[in-house]
Structures are given as structure tokens and as C-alpha cells.
Design a protein. Structure first.
Length: 297
């Protein structure tokens, strides 16, 4: 296994990744991977192959298996507090929840018009669902070409109690990855074509306010700001140019983990939440970290 290729702008990066750690390839030969999500108590990883139109499951004990065929080109995935899988779908422009073998559509329209193509998704402790909705799934590269119906690219909140969908902001060009702070008082959202990461305060009613710039991604190599996660010390990991870029809680650039191919998303897993799973375009990777990620619940 190749050793991690680290570019440390700040020595704090070396407290996150061990210099003698390796980048392990767990599965390859896929078409366009996305949406890794670690199940906290079943101890497995599920991840999407958008162009393969399926969702895979991997565990250390059982290896790779097909979780779902005909996934409607699922992209981002996460779990709610009941351990149910929530997914964003490019082909159907929907957000869904799986409960056993039954699928429930949580969101499909806003103002009587189809959503663009829900992309990435997180769940707050009160059960509300936040997701981004750029138009990538309506374009040929990772979707089915078709006209958009909405005039904006939004960030939304689905209220679990009321079953209602609320547009939180349409101020970003193409919002993509998002994640909460540990105390859920802040939501981080990146804007892919602008190479920026913003942070919002989460209001008492679940809305977003006080948008401000958190960081900008840069450097050579393929990729744009995409999937994001925080670790338990508040460091932010963002798939971006050249690999995974890491920022301190204050938005200071610490450096990056370079990867052999463009990476689209990431999540922490394993029994200690110190396995960082990365979806490359065609390969699922794993790297061990010295700091644990934030648990889903």
C-alpha cells in the first residue's frame, strides 16, 4: 500500500495524519463514486456509484456487496437517528429515506416545481434534514440531461415534524458539500465553482443566518470543493483540488492529503471513527487518522 502523500502547510496536519500511514484501496473499477456513509452500529459503509446506478455496501468482515441496484443515480447519503439511510438522487431529483425495504420520498418539489438534483445531505439531532440542490444531476457528466425547473440552486431544510420543505438560502452559485459543527450551531456549505467554503449560524427555528466566508480551496490537481466532514476537534476536511484539504476550526489551511485521483466525498468510520473513507471517481480508499471524526449520533 502506498504511504500517505502529505503536503503540510502547518505542522498541525501531522497531528492528524501519521507520516507512516498508508492509503489503502478497498474497491476499484467503479464509474463515479460518491456519498460514503458509515453505519454507527451495524459497522458497514454504504456508498453510491452514480453512473453505475447502484449503491454498494462494504465491511471489513464481509467485503463488498451490492446494497441496491437501480438507485436512481443516488449521490449523497447519510443516516438519521433511527439508523435509516437517507439519499439524494440525480435521476429522480428526490430525497428519500429507506426503512427496511420501504422507500419514502421526503422531498421532490419546491413551489410546485421539481428540485434540481439533490446532492449532499445531513441530519440534525431534531430529525430535520438539510440538503444542497445544484443542477449537476441534470447534466450529462453525472446525470440525465434535462431542463431545470427552478430558478435557483438552493440549500433546503425538511422539517421532520411538519413534513414541510423550506428554502434556507439561494445565495450560493452551486452549493455542494455540507456538514454541521459538533454543537449544531453552525452549518458549513461549500460552493464548487467558486472554490469557497461558507459557514452559517443555525437559528433557533432551523434557518440559516450570518453567512460568512470560512475558507477558500486552492492548489493544483483535479477536483472542486465537494464532500466535507469535521473531526472531533473541529478541523474541517474538504475534498477539493488534488485530494483532501484540511482546515483548522478557525479556517486556517493546514495542508492536504494528496490522492491518486480526484476524490468526491469522505466520511469517518470504523469502531473508533479514525478510518477516513474516501470515494475517488473509480476507487474507494481508506486512510487512518490520529483524530476521530464526529459521530452521526
Amino acid at each position: 500500500m502506498p504511504a500517505l502523500e502529505l503536503e503540510a502547510q502547518d505542522q498541525r496536519l501531522l497531528a492528524i495524519f501519521s507520516a507512516d500511514a498508508a492509503l489503502e484501496s478497498l474497491s476499484d473499477g467503479h464509474r463515479f463514486l460518491e456519498g460514503p456513509a458509515w453505519h454507527p452500529y451495524e459497522q458497514h459503509l454504504r456508498f453510491s456509484d452514480i453512473l453505475g446506478n447502484c449503491t454498494w455496501q462494504w465491511s471489513a468482515a464481509a467485503g463488498l456487496s451490492l446494497y441496491r441496484a437501480n438507485s436512481h443515480m443516488a449521490n449523497g447519503n447519510t443516516y438519521d437517528r433511527e439508523g435509516r439511510l437517507l439519499s439524494c438522487h440525480h435521476a429522480s431529483s428526490r430525497v428519500t429515506r429507506m426503512d427496511g425495504g420501504a422507500m419514502t420520498v421526503l422531498a421532490a418539489e419546491y413551489g410546485g416545481r421539481e428540485l434540481n438534483s439533490p446532492n449532499d445531505i445531513v441530519v440534525k439531532s431534531d430529525g430535520s434534514v438539510y440538503f444542497t440542490d445544484p443542477p449537476y444531476g441534470r447534466e450529462a457528466k453525472v446525470g440525465i440531461p434535462r431542463a431545470v425547473q427552478l430558478e435557483h440552486n438552493g440549500v433546503y431544510r425538511w422539517d421532520a415534524a411538519a413534513g414541510a420543505l423550506r428554502l434556507l438560502t439561494s445565495a450560493l452559485n452551486r452549493p455542494n458539500g455540507l456538514c454541521f459543527s459538533a454543537d449544531e450551531t453552525r452549518l458549513y456549505v461549500n460552493d464548487s465553482p467558486e472554490y469557497t467554503i461558507y459557514v452559517f449560524d443555525v437559528a433557533a427555528d432551523g434557518g440559516l443566518e450570518n453567512q460568512r466566508l470560512f475558507a477558500e480551496t486552492g492548489g493544483d490537481g483535479p477536483g472542486v470543493p465537494d464532500g466535507m466532514k469535521l473531526d472531533c476537534q473541529g478541523n474541517l476536511y474538504c475534498c477539493a483540488q488534488g485530494g483532501v484539504q484540511v482546515f483548522s476550526p478557525a479556517g486556517e489551511y493546514l495542508g492536504r492529503l494528496r490522492t491518486p485521483m480526484q476524490v468526491t466525498n469522505l466520511c469517518f468510520g470504523g469502531t473508533d471513527l479514525r478510518s477516513l473513507f474516501l470515494t475517488g471517481i473509480s476507487t474507494l480508499y481508506r486512510a487512518r487518522t490520529l483524530i476521530a471524526g464526529l459521530p452521526l449520533f
